[in-house]
Design a protein around this ligand. Structure first.
Ligand code: NAD
Ligand code: UDP
Length: 338
């Protein structure tokens, strides 16, 4: 299948490029490089031996996207393009709603004009909202998103559900990712956050490489076995393979499915820190800090639906995630910058 990866130069998209090629598909990337770097394509060539087709364009640019759709004749679309920093989405909500909705709406209009019927959407576990009752199952109603980023994912899900009603031959997968970490085992591609990271693993790796002085352990009084927050960390390569499975599934189904992509296992902040220190044989500077406002104690998936529907499940361990995250950061202290 020839598959458009909108936002495919980023963290999850670049790993999905590798897995699609290895599964015999033909990825085509469109990205405006807002949060990515064109050097990723040299790295992708080193990993796959292939020149990946790349268009530098804004996915909200309907004319540019029309031209690309007319030329490429896609079999399916994966929609990664969007902004993803939660605190920034609170400060700059209009910018977030504009980009995160416009990218999808522009793609849907192009799909209608060019007869493309399959789309995979990067949704997020954050759509479930504040539910203190893990594992989270797709049938649970949302408790209401708690920030503009999460609302933008929720709104995208509504738009895509309605698009299937209006276009009954379409097939849509709304993939709710849990906490993607790790990197390709080559150490050539990985996560490259703008500014100071918000998420745990990029923060840990930047402390380990000496770019940040210490790790804040945000909250040690949660009702969890060791008092620190529990999340469902998923290796980005497993997540990327979930997209390949979703594309294969969409090929002979119609309708819209919400699917969790997680491991089903929760690890605490201290589990991650201890594993990172053990497998990489180093010690992190740590400071006990207050809880972040609104943080849940425990948040992890029920991945049964992905297994039943897609025949997909995770294979990599927390040891793999910690080892691969560190290899990427150690080999590329400044990401794709020299
Ligand atoms: P990322 O920022 O690394 O990748 C997103 C890519 O989209 C970037 O390369 C960026 O340049 C591009 N982009 C943004 N707006 C664009 C536009 N208007 N036109 C063209 N390109 C545009 O993020 P990621 O971690 O790879 O996440 C991919 C998707 O998955 C995002 O939609 C994100 O919200 C979602 N998601 C991510 C996580 C996570 O923890 N990483 C969790 C849940 C959901
Ligand atoms: N966390 C932490 N220090 C940090 C960043 C995160 O202790 O510098 C904790 C956070 O409180 C949560 C877990 O790590 O319990 C995962 O946080 P992240 O932001 O990566 O994911 P999210 O909370 O959005 O699922």
């Amino acid at each position: 299948m020839k598959i458009l990866l909108a936002g495919g130069a980023g963290f999850i998209g670049s790993h999905t490029v590798v897995e699609l090629i290895q599964a015999g598909h033909e990825p085509v990337v469109v990205d405006n490089l807002y949060n990515s770097n064109r050097k990723v394509f040299e790295r992708l060539k080193a990993i796959t031996g292939k020149d990946v087709c790349f268009y530098e364009a804004d996915v909200c640019d309907a004319q540019a996207m029309d031209d690309i759709f007319a030329r490429e004749h896609f079999d399916a679309v994966i929609q990664f393009a969007g902004y993803k920093a939660v605190p920034e989405s609170v400060r700059e909500s209009v910018k977030y709603y504009r980009n995160n909705l416009d990218t999808t709406l522009t793609l849907l209009e192009c799909m209608q004009r060019h007869g493309v019927t399959r789309i995979v959407f990067s949704s997020s576990a954050t759509v479930y909202g504040p539910i203190e009752e893990s594992p989270l199952v797709e049938t649970m109603p949302s408790a209401g998103p708690t920030n503009p980023y999460a609302w933008s994912k929720y709104m995208n899900e509504v738009i895509l559900r309605d698009a299937v009603v209006s276009n009954p031959g379409w097939s849509v997968a709304l993939l709710r990712y849990f906490n993607p970490i790790g990197a390709h085992e080559s150490g050539l591609i990985g996560e490259n956050p703008l500014g100071i990271p918000n998420n745990l693993m990029p923060y840990v790796t930047q402390v380990a490489v000496g770019k940040l002085p210490h790790l804040n352990i945000n909250g040690t009084d949660f009702p969890t076995p060791d008092g620190t927050g529990v999340r469902d960390y998923i290796h980005v390569v497993d997540l990327a393979r979930g997209h390949v499975a979703a594309c294969d599934y969409l090929f002979d189904h119609t309708g819209c499915e919400v699917i969790n992509l997680g491991t089903g296992v929760g690890y605490s902040v201290m589990d991650v820190v201890n594993t990172f220190e053990r497998v990489n044989e180093l010690t992190l500077e740590k400071v006990i800090a207050p809880r972040r406002p609104g943080d849940m104690a425990s948040y992890y998936s029920d991945p049964t639906k992905a297994k039943n529907l897609l025949g997909w499940q995770t294979e990599k361990t927390l040891d793999d995630m910690c080892r691969d995250s560190w290899r990427w950061q150690k080999n590329n202290p400044n990401g794709y910058e020299d």
